[in-house]
Design a protein around this ligand. Structure first.
Ligand SMILES: Nc1nc2c(ncn2[C@@H]2O[C@H](COP(=O)(O)OP(=O)(O)O)[C@@H](O)[C@H]2O)c(=O)[nH]1
Ligand SMILES: [Mg+2]
Length: 296
């Protein structure tokens, strides 16, 4: 039995994350790809692999591509360096970026690099080419913000909830450069629940379809391992030996999220804990570690 979100009730809740409009988004993207010279793929620097759509390779039919580890301000810089080394070793062009404050020149130079061959070939025939770049990535990764940053205006709509951008729109940066904002694209079949959890933690999946308390507990337990002092101070946790539900209870008590008769308000607590993490208030933390061989 499933509920309306396709969630199967049980011990291990499966996250259904492929809303109906995704199939349409995929079609729109495929329609536009032939008019595109290169692709900039945004992933989330906190979970670089878990936030990359495995279907993209097949859909982008070999277009030149740049991978941007976006929201780098929210990730551990050391871990981000390791991720960049990992992707470069695989021959992928990549850089880390802050879509809100990042240096625009860096991106424009990369776009030149990606499209130089085509542009120069046409220039020889006396044609000044208009370069078209498609911006792709999962919902909420910062695609519209990125385009706004490059264009210096607020033409692409942004939002702090997934699913704000629903249809394709080309944004003119200058007479010879256009960027295409695309709706966030997920993939139908989730390979592992750990990736799904990462995506839920950073807020890719609408909070209505996830179990917020389970996610808050997941987050607290991860922090307990990698950055215990961050949750200890932020939530005034007194007993850091506590685990799981108890740890959530500790955090709620510490911050005074209490309902009647001294009972902790774990609903409210879970929601605030997730919000504060997503807003970077627990510090710059990566949730996914680069594979070890990248260090060598
Ligand atoms: N901290 C941080 N927040 C960002 C960055 N880029 C985008 N955001 C925020 O992420 C949210 C989603 O951005 P949006 O551009 O709408 O994502 P889209 O769904 O991929 O188009 C917004 O609240 C942005 O302000 C970034 O580099 N760093
Ligand atoms: Mg958008």
């Amino acid at each position: 039995m499933m509920d309306e979100y396709g969630i199967v009730p049980g011990k291990e809740r499966q996250i259904n994350w492929y809303p109906g409009h995704m199939a349409k988004s995929k079609r729109l993207l495929q329609e536009q790809i032939s008019r595109t010279d290169a692709v900039i793929e945004l992933c989330d620097a906190r979970i670089p692999l878990a936030s990359r759509n495995p279907d993209l390779d097949a859909m982008l039919s070999g277009k030149p591509r740049l991978l941007v580890l976006n929201k780098a301000d929210l990730a551990d810089p050391e871990e981000t360096r390791r991720w960049l080394a990992f992707f470069r070793k695989q021959g992928q062009k990549c850089l880390s970026y802050n879509g809100i404050r990042g240096n625009i020149r860096v991106i424009l130079d990369k776009i030149d690099e990606l499209t130089r061959e085509k542009v120069e070939a046409l220039a020889k025939r006396g044609v000044r080419k208009t370069v078209r770049i498609m911006i792709v990535g999962i919902p909420n990764v910062g695609k519209s913000t990125f385009i706004n940053r490059i264009s210096g205006s607020v033409m692409a709509r942004t939002g702090d909830r997934p699913g704000v951008t629903r249809s394709n729109q080309w944004v003119k940066i200058n007479p010879y450069l256009e960027l295409l904002d695309t709706p966030g694209l997920l993939w139908p079949k989730i390979e592992n629940q750990s990736d799904a959890k990462c995506l839920a933690l950073i807020g890719t999946i609408n909070d209505q379809v996830i179990d917020q308390q389970a996610m808050a507990i997941e987050l607290l337990m991860r922090f307990k391992t990698v950055r215990p002092e961050a949750i200890e101070t932020r939530f005034h946790i007194r007993n850091m030996d506590a685990d799981n539900e108890e740890l959530l209870t500790e955090a709620c008590r510490g911050r005074g999220w209490i309902v009647a008769r001294g009972e902790v308000d774990t609903d409210r607590g879970a929601s605030v804990i997730l919000d504060e993490f997503r807003a970077g208030k627990l510090g710059a933390v990566s949730l996914q570690r680069a594979p070890e061989e990248a260090e060598a």
